[in-house]
Design a protein around this ligand. Structure first.
Ligand code: FAD
Length: 423
């Protein structure tokens, strides 16, 4: 009998995990989605694949994961496009990090050496060179050009991925509402299968459960007795109507970014707001982007964005995702909390989840272990995590999750940790 894998959440992470898990035909994969496929944050994202621009301080495990994912992208997108017959909108434009002031040059210079060693191919640019690369840019002090970076059309990629999932036999169940109940016992599959019932009243059974609920994943940390670290950080973002090709690269400044998309859209993002699960767009949030747009691209002065929207990034306490298996419930895997980089990290996350499903316990780095915030947890010498003596799981034997999780009155804690970036 095929192993049955249940995936909760149909954003880019859930769909990517489903596609990978189902591709070799050895598993029966079902994605259970509360609303529509394509996700929440996923549908809002700028789609930048920018590990170098997003990791400006030092190479660490998170940077390595981002870089690994970027390297997987071309082949991954090719497979998705082949399976779906749809385009994902991958554009290898490279990026331009711009110093609008002399003081902004130092951070660009200091990241150059280690990023070049990691394969960025980056070059420092004088003001004149930056102007030649990006003629519409305002006068600046200089910049850094990173040819290795690219971007995709995130909603288009998600739509292609959904179709690719269908073509490899993934069962897609949308409109399920929240989780009404979850039944499982500590221990390993197949003796301890998982059963979940949705608010719509459908019941799903599986041998494995992969939790990919984006900004709503905190409720599952809570359910399994873990500290609740995943929380929403709203990103407000907008797009100007600008002819294709006017802005050739992804452009980053210390305050905002711009990405030219097909169809005459120049996307500018993004705010980072603590607003609970509220997805309202505010004049204040977009006004800030408008001011920076006018500053960086004089052609945008006096123009208003033609589109404005917002999404909820799934943030974690240290800015890193949760990817791994629960020690007390080995049939349960987390793949959530990708914060600003979930589009970039989708292929590497899916590969790690596939490795874990295949029994490779080192497929996901200990740096991303879902229990790392629990007191008493320590890294095992092998690199895997192991609970210290006496640190058992406190998740109930029959876990009941009630409510939709859209708790508009709640205020999320600001993400801590050293991560800096802009997506
Ligand atoms: C403005 C903005 C710009 C961004 N730009 C970039 C970028 O340029 N590059 C990049 O890499 N990343 C970017 N990101 C981050 C990226 O969008 C996210 O990290 C990524 O989309 C997270 O994917 P996800 O599948 O985990 O979450 P989501 O896309 O939010 O999907 C989660 C899904 O789970 C479902 N769900 C929740 N609870 C349940 C439940 N109980 N049962 C069933 N389903 C459930 C939800 O309905 C949703 O469909 C950006 C984000 C924002 C907001």
């Amino acid at each position: 009998m095929k192993e049955r894998v249940l995936i909760l959440g149909g954003g880019i992470i859930g769909l990517a995990c489903a596609f990978e898990a189902a591709s070799d035909g050895s598993r029966e994969v079902t994605v259970v989605e509360r609303g529509g496929f394509g996700g929440q944050a996923t549908g809002a994202a700028a789609g930048m694949l920018a590990p170098f621009s997003e990791n400006v301080e030092q190479p660490d495990a998170f940077f390595e994961l981002c870089l690994d994912s970027l390297r997987r992208y071309p082949e991954w997108v090719e497979r998705i496009e082949e399976r779906s017959g749809m385009e994902a909108g991958l554009r290898r434009t490279g990026s331009l990090g711009v110093a609008l002031h002399e003081a902004d040059l130092l951070p660009l210079q200091s990241r150059l050496r280690w990023q070049r060693a990691a394969g960025s191919g980056a070059e420092l640019l004088t003001a004149a060179q930056a102007a030649r690369l990006e003629p519409r840019l305002a006068a600046c002090a200089g910049g850094i050009y990173t040819p290795a970076e690219a971007h995709v059309d995130a909603p288009q990629l998600a739509a292609a991925l959904e179709q690719a999932c269908r073509s490899v036999g993934v069962r897609l169940r949308a409109g399920q509402g929240g989780l009404a109940s979850l039944e499982l016992r500590p221990g390993d599959a197949p003796e301890c299968p998982v059963a979940l019932t949705t608010e719509r009243g459908e019941r799903f059974e599986g041998d494995r459960l992969v939790l990919c609920a984006g900004a709503w994943s905190g409720e599952f940390e809570r359910l399994f007795g873990l500290p609740e670290t995943i929380h929403p950080i709203r990103g407000q973002i907008c797009a100007y109507g600008v002819p294709d090709g006017e802005v050739r690269h992804m452009v980053f400044t210390s305050q905002a970014y711009w990405v030219g998309k097909s169809g005459g859209r120049l996307v500018c993002g993004a705010s980072e707001d603590v607003a609970g699960f509220c997805t309202d767009v505010t004049d204040r949030g977009i006004g800030r982007l408008e001011r920076w747009s006018a500053r960086a691209f004089p052609m945008l002065a006096g123009m208003r964005p033609s589109l404005r929207w917002a999404g909820l990034r799934p943030a974690t306490r240290d800015g890193r995702p949760l990817i791994g298996r629960l020690s007390g419930y080995p049939q349960v895997l987390f793949a959530a909390g990708h914060y600003r980089n979930g589009i970039l990290l989708a292929p590497a996350t899916a590969a790690a989840v596939l490795g874990l499903l295949e029994g490779d316990e080192l497929a996901a780095s200990a740096a991303f272990h879902p229990e790392r915030f629990r007191r008493g947890f320590s890294a095992h010498p092998s690199g895997a995590f192991a609970p210290s003596a006496g640190a058992g799981t406190s998740a109930p034997s029959r876990a009941e999750a009630a409510g939709r999780g859209d708790d508009a009155g709640r205020t999320a804690a600001a993400p801590g940790g050293p991560r800096r970036g802009r997506a």
